[in-house]
Design a protein around this ligand. Sequence first.
Ligand code: ADP
Length: 488
Amino acid sequence: MSIATEEQTVVEKVPKQLYIGGEWRDATAGATLEVLDPATEEPLCAVADATPEDANAALDAAVAMQKEWAAIPPNDRAGILWTAFEALVERADELALLMTLEMGKPVAESKAEIIYAADFFRWFSGEALRIDGNYKQFANGTSRVLVMKQPVGPSLMITPWNFPMAMGTRKVGPAIAAGCTIVMKPAQQTPLSMLALGQILAEAGLPGGVFNIITTSSSGKTTGPLIEDPRLRKLSFTGSTEVGRSLIAASAKNVLQVSMELGGNAPFLIFEDADLDAAVEGALLAKMRNIGEACTSANRFHVAESIQPEFSRRLGDRMGALKMGRGTEEDVKVGPLIDQPSREKVAELVRDALQKGATPVVGGEIPDGRGYFFPPTVLADVPREARVFHEEIFGPVAPVGTFESEGDAIARANDTEYGLVAYVFTRDLKRALRVCEALETGMVGLNQGMVSNAGAPFGGVKQSGIGREGGKEGLEEFLETKYVAVNL
Ligand code: ADP
């Protein structure tokens, strides 16, 4: 099959309709929204553009199914997740191509995301069997305390475009394990991966109505009424802090349970005693994974003064050598950014840093031609006040500055309203633990450039979010605790 035909086939295979109550159907008004390939700026296909009525129908389906679904034995819920895990792994190549077409990242990275996404189903397939409670005496010995865990209920999930599959399975896995029903709204730029997941879960035996998908070009208008609907019990969101804040405010009306995975501004600290080879490898991973379009992406490098020049040069050499191009092409390591406004923001942050005195090491200029490309860029000697140190870049730009002492490094790292992740490179064990304790983040990569793992609690503090995804903590987000005081 020629490459173009293979691309066409994977796109054609995906359902383009809304998935409601186990049926694929058009949007009420028959409207559709176009999905573009960010590497060519050409349309790939169109999918249904849901109205608020469609969203309401999806919630109706989720509500109708909640009681029955919660009563299904854990073994059956675990089995469905395991079957879907195997299907994701089996179909990883075609799903990776589909993801690259709608999102832009290199196919190898898309495939790694499919495997990562599948891992959440494997992990929560096991967790589905381990939902437990507690039984104990009142402290004064008179009665008994019985604690039970129950599914929180119908859940709305809103996911971003940067990890079109994994940000979905990370929520869907624990919800299925816990016995919650779901209305899923993927990002309008990348709806295809989630539609493919709907098909996979249906084939794995998930009853209709448990997982409903609405794709829409008007996110706020379509999901707003659901958030205000008292039948909805949970909102799980991954996206920008700005939108997260407004969703938390809207959730106040019905005191909706919320999980929020929001923005980040990850500091990457390198002490003078660090293994520099490992730090450069870690930096490359923390910066360039997903073309820098990740909330965990290293946003700023704070390096001990004595090693800053060498680190900047070595990182520049490595980043400058990465091949940029359409994610489907061989050896490409840097795909296009998602759209023009995103690229313009990255370019603006680079201009601002250069104007304020940063030294260009590599990259920095928007290339000619089609596609929203921005080259890997390293800026050295970045002054503290540069915007690039304070705003989420979401692109392949590594600004490097210095610190004077351990205390200064920690102060700089914590000088942000965000608190998702930080990276620390040092060989001194005591320092490592001191710094990890002092960092105001939900996660730390210690001598490691990546933290994501299905079995670990992913999440942020401060304005990076509320709650955790993955690990046993991820399941708790979809469970309520009920305590029964037992009179013996
Ligand atoms: P990003 O910068 O990653 O696009 P957003 O926060 O804008 O982050 O988007 C994340 C998800 O939130 C997407 O699915 C998007 O469609 C959705 N979204 C954006 N605005 C709203 C809103 N007002 N209400 C509900 N969902 C929204």
